[in-house]
Design a protein around this ligand. Structure first.
Ligand code: CA
Ligand code: CA
Length: 587
């Protein structure tokens, strides 16, 4: 009893003495400081790996819920957020651009902020939000009308609220911002509306734009209010004026590699989807038609916004294989500094962290049709007959040849973040085994209207599973194990030094697997589908785990035959928090 009283007193002292504000050091060290989670990705390298070992393969079966919190509201939709934990408070974002501060000991709400969204927002893929960033006294998040908002983290009061881009043109924002050197780094969403992908750095204190970097060749960057440099070389890889509405939205937030001082963002598909409109052409001689830097990863200097390197996963992309998926810095078993990234196109790539150069690539899904493989220079070996046909070559000019392509445009892996375990040296990749019928149609650009020029129907590749969590060895590409799931996986993965891999399913199961074998060690039914991202932290000497449950996202909206297969799943909106009680930990 005495011990209990002391523990509670210590916790109260820690809470009241607490608020110093989140520092650059707190952010830089987030992965190793287990008492808080102040960044998206549990560290800006996005490894989603915790060094905590309190929970392990033996005792995880005793993990118990301690509180749950409802996001409320009649409009539920997908909950894709990652909780942040700081100074006794959990921060989560919710659908329709909402933010909540919750007492992490009790699960009671401290404050809630609802962004006032205008009529006519144009989110492509559900009204989701993927998380926030803490820095100083503020918490930052993006809204569906393409704004970035700074709130006082203690009170929820607005500190500043700035426009990223014009929502009427199709821009929105859903990713978690990232803090680097006092700047709030964000991208933009809206690639299906012919917008131009851009990475922005806002001054964290004032909300003023420090620099911008468009992701499509020909567009000018800015630095401190003046034009800086052009992205790429005009018309080197784009024909005519197509670059002006060239797509390449970043969709997801970036990662940051502190060792090379590089921000890494991915850029989405080139617009429109119909790749026959983006062939090699005039006016620059030697135009390759690759459509840079769409479907690429881009390394950016955090001080100036200049591009340091790029690597294009799918040149002249024609299947909506956005190049946006997260790039995770890791160090291999021989001490080499590398990046790992699992692309929508079904290949897992390993790049050199110093210069972004291609090192190797292997399939992480079973039935890739569009390419035979990746050559030694990192360029796909295309199956050109699997490129959806040119509508101008059809009899009536209205519809090009239909092809069945795999993976589907929702990707071998979509936005849902993977994890890299320093415990096993493996990546845990949430993937989906599905394909699509896809065809091209004529299209012209119209501001604020969908700019695809394609039609599609997604289909499952297997009867018994679509979702597939794989343990991928980044030195050989080998799959150590696979966990198959009926519905497509759409939530994040986390691994721990305790030998555990946490993730959730659309069927509502939150699970811990053995990191070496994939065996299921623990699960809990959360009541709605999980498309959120787990976190773990330590509080009062106990290890906690949280996940947000709430089915939605792009699959029910765009999933074709797969959407019909999973239309029985119920919506929701709950945070679930678990711990291993101290008295059970040693047994
Ligand atoms: Ca931390
Ligand atoms: Ca896209």
């Amino acid at each position: 009893m005495n011990r209990f009283v002391i523990a509670v007193t210590a916790a109260i002292c820690a809470a009241s003495a607490g608020w110093a504000g989140v520092t650059d050091e707190d952010i830089a060290n987030d992965q190793t400081t287990v008492g808080d989670v102040v960044t998206n990705g549990m560290g800006r390298n996005l490894q989603r790996f915790s060094p905590l070992t309190t929970l392990n393969k033996e005792n995880v079966k005793k993990l118990q819920p301690v509180w749950a919190f409802s996001l409320g509201g009649e409009k539920q939709r997908g909950q894709e957020t990652q909780p942040l934990i700081y100074d006794g408070v959990m921060y989560i974002t919710g659908s329709y651009s909402r933010m909540y501060a919750i007492d992490v000991h009790t699960g009671e709400e401290l404050w809630q902020f609802d962004a006032r969204l205008p009529e006519g927002i144009l989110p492509c893929c559900d009204v989701i939000n993927r998380g926030a960033a803490l820095y100083g006294d503020n918490i930052y998040f993006g809204t569906l009308d393409a704004r970035i908002v700074a709130l006082n983290a203690k009170t929820g009061d607005v500190v500043w609220n700035k426009k990223i881009a014009e929502y009427k043109e199709g821009y929105s924002y859903t990713a978690a911002p990232m803090i680097v050197d006092g700047k709030v780094i964000v991208g933009n969403s809206g690639g299906e509306f012919g917008i131009v992908g851009t990475v922005y750095a806002f001054d964290a204190a004032t909300g003023d734009i420090v620099w911008t970097r468009p992701t499509i060749e020909g567009h000018m960057g800015t630095l401190n209010g003046a034009e800086s440099t052009m992205t790429g070389t005009l018309n080197a890889t784009w024909p005519g004026d197509m670059w002006k509405t060239g797509g390449g939205a970043t969709w997801l937030g970036g990662s940051y590699d502190a060792e090379t001082d590089t921000i890494v963002f991915g850029a989405g598909n080139p617009a429109p989807w119909n790749s026959h409109l983006r062939n090699a052409g005039t006016p620059v001689e030697g135009n390759t038609g690759d459509n840079l830097y769409a479907a690429s990863r881009i390394g950016i200097d955090p001080k100036t916004g200049e591009i340091k390197w790029h690597y294009q996963t799918t040149p002249r992309e024609g299947w909506d294989y956005d190049g946006v998926n997260e790039v995770v810095a890791f160090t291999d078993k021989d001490g080499n500094k590398k990046f790992g990234t699992a692309d929508r196109n079904g290949f897992f790539y390993v790049l050199n962290r110093e210069d972004g150069k291609f090192l190797n690539a292997w399939p992480f899904v079973k039935d890739i049709t569009w390419a035979k493989g990746i050559d030694e220079n990192g360029r796909p070996i295309y199956n050109e007959e699997n490129r959806p046909g040119d509508p101008t070559k059809s009899a009536d000019g209205a519809k090009g040849e239909v092809v069945f392509a795999s993976p589907s445009f929702l990707g071998g892996k979509n936005w849902m973040p993977m994890s890299y375990s320093q415990h096993t040296g493996l990546f845990y990749v949430p993937s989906n085994e599905w394909g699509m019928d896809i065809w091209n149609e004529p299209i012209t650009y119209k501001k604020g209207a969908a700019y695809l020029g394609s039609g599609f129907t997604i289909k499952p590749n297997y009867e018994d599973h679509i979702g597939s969590l794989k343990a991928v060895d980044p030195s050989t590409g080998e799959w150590k194990w696979e966990y198959k799931n009926g519905a497509p996986l759409w939530g994040g993965v986390m691994s721990t030094a305790g030998g555990l891999v946490f993730f959730g399913t659309p069927e509502g199961k939150f699970m811990a697997l053995d990191d070496e074998t994939g065996a299921e060690l623990w699960s809990f039914q959360t009541g709605s589908g999980i498309v959120g991202q787990p976190v773990t932290w330590e509080m009062d000497g106990e290890q906690y785990v949280s996940i947000v449950s709430g089915w939605g996202g792009a699959v029910p909206l765009w999933g074709g035959e797969v959407a019909k297969k999973v239309n029985y799943l119920n919506q929701g909106g709950m945070v679930w928090t678990f711990k291993l009680p101290k008295e059970l930990a040693s047994n």
